[in-house]
Design a protein. Sequence first.
Length: 636
Amino acid sequence: MSNYHIKNLEEYYQVYRKSVQEPGDFWGEVAEEHFLWHKQWDQVLEYDFSLPMVKWFDGAQLNITENCIDRHLLTKGDQTAILFEPNDPTEAAQHITYQELHERVNQLANVLKSQGVQKGDRVCIYLPMIPELTISLLACARIGAVHSVVFAGFSSMALASRINDSTCKIVITSDGSFRGKKTIDLKSIVDEAVSTCPCVDQVLVVKRINSDIVMQEGRDQWLQPLLDKASKVCAPEIMEAEDPLFILYTSGSTGMPKGMVHTTAGYMVYTAYTFKNVFQYKANEVYWCTADIGWITGHSYIVYGPLANGATTLMFEGVPSYPDYSRFWEIIEKHKVNQFYTAPTAIRALSKESLSYVEKHDLSSLKVLGTVGEPINEDAWHWYNDNIGKKKCPIIDTWWQTETGGVMISPIPFSTPTKPTYATLPMPGIQACLMDAEGLPITTSPAEGNLCIEFPWPSMARTIWGNHQRYKDTYFSAYPDKYFTGDGALRDEVGYYRITGRVDDVIIVSGHNLGTAPIEDAINEHPAVAESAIVGFPHDIKGNALYGYVILKETGTTRLHDNLRKEINQIITEHVGPIAKLDTIQFTEGLPKTRSGKIMRRILRKIACKEMSNLGDTSTLLNPEIIDSIIEGRLG
Ligand code: WTA
């Protein structure tokens, strides 16, 4: 039996037991046998959740790109590392071998160095899903620079706040991006952002759409001519295990997005380990994750996890609906994809289209189907299982978070019996528990409670960039000595977990985490708006949609409400991005508040969902009379 590769349920339980009883030995063995180190660790794990402080493999030295690229060169130099499928199906796919990836990463690493980027510097990456995106992450890691990828759907203001928060000195972007029929002018978004970022002195631009863009003298440079001059050899920077590898922002319930900091060794070991087991990837197979690398799923399971295992990882530039709704299935057939990993929102959207889109493609290469990002409802689960997997591919419902770095709860295909809507069992090393309203652990099953993790795992985020106190307050204060996930969960009689959703003010829309506060702040910028509150309500395709309650400064405003609605969504688009637009806006005279002035979102949520008969306790409200008028507005 190997700790690294679990092959049946009995092995899972044995490995899991060992990982809990002797975590140091367990992860030490995995790390020693499967990775390349320049120096061994002094200690596998050191931690104190009360601070919180967590160190894995402290004292060890390594470079993650040697593990993801160099060590495969001897045996897999000619194998495709990145299989790039462009937006336009008539443009040829690219097969970038491990050898070529090595050269291209080294060239970009040398360019970054020549532009003055040093170990520890932060580099912002704002790129579409093109090979240069993966290469940029790896080039940063090669020289020990910390990458901060910002999803290229975020607005210039959202981009600027992230760049400033982590004081990036350089931005890598492109002249634009292709998305279905549209092209998006990324460079002008960067121009606008960088004009408010004093820390940025350079912008490197990849040519993708050949548009006529303005290059600012002394700041902007096309990347290709610099690459052409750069050497294909770049010695990897030797990093300490706990040196930061990247920062990735995620929404919180309040305030500025949180720059989650992931460090090198633990992140590498855990993403590689989980990739191997969750997808049961075997040599020469083709693996495809449809996420964008702007999110953690792309970091861990398009780039680092697959490459650390010497896999072929497919990157898709486009969208599932272009040129038509058969695009995903066409790509699976064309590249004979073996493992397919997507989001419930995509499954729901595609399941609404004609089955003929699916049926005209040969999907027989598929072995494992994964989902991530939000709860998968029963209908979507069965549609995926019946029509895509033809009931032969296990559905792997993976629960995890930006903060956790890797998959935490998931079936292991061909080992764990699946159960629709259940993420099932914790991965080895993951000590999950449920906490009740009194803050006590729930030891019986079946049960429902708040999901916590009791013990460190290698890929947990170590802090929030520049704000360790916020890290402690957000994750380690609700329950002493436990990591609190912010999610609620059910546990059934055999110990399977089903994630029920966020218990805080984060709303997941089409798989994207959105905090209510930044959206409300944006709305409140509108000169006619006095106050606002956002809640989520169920949506067939997006999972949740956003519902906004808005109080206007002057109730007798002469402006038409429809115009105001458009303007409010325009402001949200500018401040946060189009993904945060509101589906419904209700103008109201007031919001239900507690005596301490806190908005009672629970009530607003119920009204948005039209669950008026069951509003719960309203006795603590300062202004209970407002409720009837809000209900009237909802129904009217
Ligand atoms: C939710 C994505 C139910 C959850 C990797 C979590 C899920 C948040 C699942 C993190 C799942 C993720 N079932 N809910 N399989 N996977 N979530 O940071 O609420 O973008 O806290 O990381 O997505 O989203 P994030």
